[in-house]
Design a protein around this ligand. Structure first.
Ligand SMILES: NC(=O)c1ccc[n+]([C@@H]2O[C@H](COP(=O)([O-])OP(=O)(O)OC[C@H]3O[C@@H](n4cnc5c(N)ncnc54)[C@H](OP(=O)(O)O)[C@@H]3O)[C@@H](O)[C@H]2O)c1
Length: 253
């Protein structure tokens, strides 16, 4: 269906868990050379153990917020080690369920550093001529339907994803002249650690959610399948857009 090969080098952030892990495994199974990145080396190794083409599954350990500007040098060193990237999938992200009454600058800064600023610098690094493969290269950011919808206590999460989608539109224009496409996926609720390990969510949160989704909650592979399409040449005229994948929940009145 898609024409990928082992020269298609794809870097994925947040590949140690959930959606990023599914993306890394799916793209690896389609024959691309994936560089799976995250903070948890043990979990990255578990992702690799599940991969169908282990020779085409590389692991790189990185905390993308520890020194955000240093992400530039990190990507330079990745490219020196593996070669220029065809695509970068920016999936690493954190959630935060806190009412505005409880917010302070350091709490707000952490979520923006992770969901927005780190991605901005990573995009800058990718756009450097020697770091990407030119025509056919692309960036995908994993956003959320909460960028445009919202609910109480997710001010920072919603705002950080809205900022990310705005960045995608600007980057699409700036990078188009070098043949780089930039898109986002606004995902609905997907069962991952972000939901199941979130102590700030009420106990009945997931059951309540399920009842709202016309097609039920999503699985990580639902997002991975869309990523495969968006980085393929079948999507060669798609840039600057946010593709909503949410089982129909956002069209409900
Ligand atoms: N699950 C959903 O319902 C849903 C819906 C819409 C959008 N999303 C978005 O999808 C993305 C993935 O979420 P998920 O559900 O798969 O969550 P997850 O299972 O908690 O995975 C989050 C990933 O982000 C990585 N990460 C977080 N902070 C990092 C940092 N400072 N440096 C490097 N990596 C970092 C984690 O790596 P380590 O564990 O190795 O630190 C992990 O691999 C997020 O951007 C999230 O906002 C999720």
């Amino acid at each position: 269906m898609y024409s990928f090969n082992n020269k298609d080098i794809i870097l994925i952030t947040g590949a140690s868990s959930g959606i990023g892990k599914a993306i890394a495994l799916e793209l690896n199974s389609l024959g691309t050379n994936v560089i799976a990145t995250g903070r948890n080396f043990f979990e990255l190794q578990k992702s690799k153990d599940l991969s169908s083409n282990k020779d085409l599954f590389q692991i790189e350990h990185r905390d993308i917020v520890e020194d955000i500007d240093e992400n530039l040098n990190w990507i330079n060193s990745i490219v020196e080690k593996y070669g220029a990237l065809k695509s970068m999938i920016l999936c690493a992200g954190i959630d935060q369920t806190l009412p505005i009454q409880t917010l302070n600058y350091s709490r707000s800064k952490l979520i923006f550093d992770t969901n927005f600023f780190a991605n901005e610098i990573l995009m800058r690094a990718f756009s450097k001529k020697k770091n990407n493969q030119g025509n056919g290269s692309s960036i995908i950011c994993i956003s959320s339907i909460m960028a445009s919808l919202t609910s109480p206590a997710i001010a920072n999460y919603s705002a950080s994803k809205a900022a990310l989608e705005s960045l995608v539109r600007t980057a699409a224009l700036e990078f188009a002249t070098n043949g780089i496409r930039v898109n986002a996926i606004a995902a609905g609720h997907i069962i991952t650690h972000l939901l199941t390990n979130n102590e700030t969510l009420p106990a009945n949160f997931i059951d309540n959610l399920k009842s709202k989704y016309p097609l039920g909650l999503g699985e990580p592979i639902d997002i991975a399948n869309a990523v495969a399409f968006l980085i393929s040449d079948n999507a060669k005229w798609i840039t600057g857009t946010t593709l909503t994948i949410d089982g129909g929940v956002s069209v409900r009145f």
